[in-house]
Design a protein around this ligand. Structure first.
Ligand code: GYE
Length: 306
């Protein structure tokens, strides 16, 4: 992993920092939990926090970062909605001498690199998340032939790209499985429901749904139930995140697995920022380890879910 200290802007050791957190959208529990995690961490980490909400627009997210730079932030935490459109924000922060930490999503690695344009990416291994969803399916799918519909996350976002790659590569090694459709639901519940409705008409024989996040999986379950299908009985649902609704769906027997992707980045962000200010070497990728939630453990974790 790249080591970041030489080429990224330095951060002084101080009692308090003006910190920017440029959230991309707030239309789902995952985003709300992440923003809350930054607010909850602010006081104990000495952050004077400026948090914005780009309402699902990469252009607004870039503009929000511009305005934070103008307000004199010391450090930027940025979850880039999409891999390419947020590159200008990363470059401008660097040019302004502000160290940037990407949280939960990354940018196009061919254009911007950890240790050079930003300090580090804090987040999960999305390829591995997709592989783990596929591996659960391979081990637990009860039928001879799996006809899969895939609901992709936001087009051009790093988790959508990598969760697709990890899952598709792994599942297609088992010739029981076929992916008959793969379409974006923008990581959103309502779009997941609508897309599932349409795909169900084109592919009535579908018996597996792989959703890139729980919100779309819940939307798909709603569409399936409305069409008279029985999620968990005649169709297997696999997903990623670990939201409260998904853990409940697992407990209710409707969903098979959700691979964890935690939104609680505040404490990690504080820790990495302080180490960076102290001159410690920060790996270019601060990797978050994820758990897997199934019927075996969902009830043990639902109380801490969001
Ligand atoms: O899985 C999804 C959210 O970037 C890891 O974005 C994050 C993903 C998460 O909207 O639910």
């Amino acid at each position: 992993a790249a080591v970041s200290t030489a080429d990224t802007p330095a951060l002084a050791q101080k009692d308090s920092y003006r910190v920017g957190f440029a959230q991309m959208e707030s239309n789902n529990p995952w985003r709300i939990a992440e923003t809350k995690s930054f607010h909850d961490t602010a006081e104990s980490c000495g952050w004077d926090l400026i948090a914005t909400d780009a309402a699902g627009s990469a252009a607004k997210q870039v503009a929000d970062v511009d305005s934070m730079i103008a307000q004199g932030i010391d450090v930027l935490f940025l979850p880039p909605r999409e891999e390419k459109p947020l590159i200008p924000a990363v470059m401008k922060a660097k040019a302004a001498g502000i160290p940037t930490f990407l949280v939960d999503r990354s940018v196009d690695p061919n254009v911007a690199q950890a240790g050079e344009h930003f300090v580090a990416f804090l987040g999960s291994d999305f390829i591995e998340q997709g592989e783990r969803a596929a591996e659960w399916l391979i081990a637990n799918f009860p039928e001879d032939k799996g006809i899969i519909v895939e609901l992709e996350g936001t087009t051009g976002s790093s988790p959508a790209n990598d969760r697709k790659k990890g899952f598709d590569d792994r599942i297609l090694q088992d010739d029981r499985f076929e992916i008959v459709a793969s379409q974006t639901g923008d990581f959103a519940r309502d779009l997941g429901r609508q897309v599932m409705e349409t795909l169900l008409q084109a592919h009535p024989d579908v018996n597996v749904v792989y959703a890139h996040n729980d919100e779309m999986a819940i939307g798909a379950i709603q569409a399936l139930e409305l069409a008279g299908r029985k999620p968990g009985e005649d169709i297997t649902i696999v997903s990623i995140d670990g939201t409260r609704d998904a853990l409940q769906a697992i407990i209710d027997g409707k969903m098979g697995v959700t691979v964890e992707s935690s939104p609680f980045f505040g404490p990690l962000a504080c820790d990495v920022m302080k180490k960076y200010a102290a001159g410690e070497e920060i790996p270019g990728w601060v990797k978050v380890e994820d758990r897997v939630f199934t019927l075996d453990n969902a009830a043990d974790h639902i109380d801490e879910a969001y």
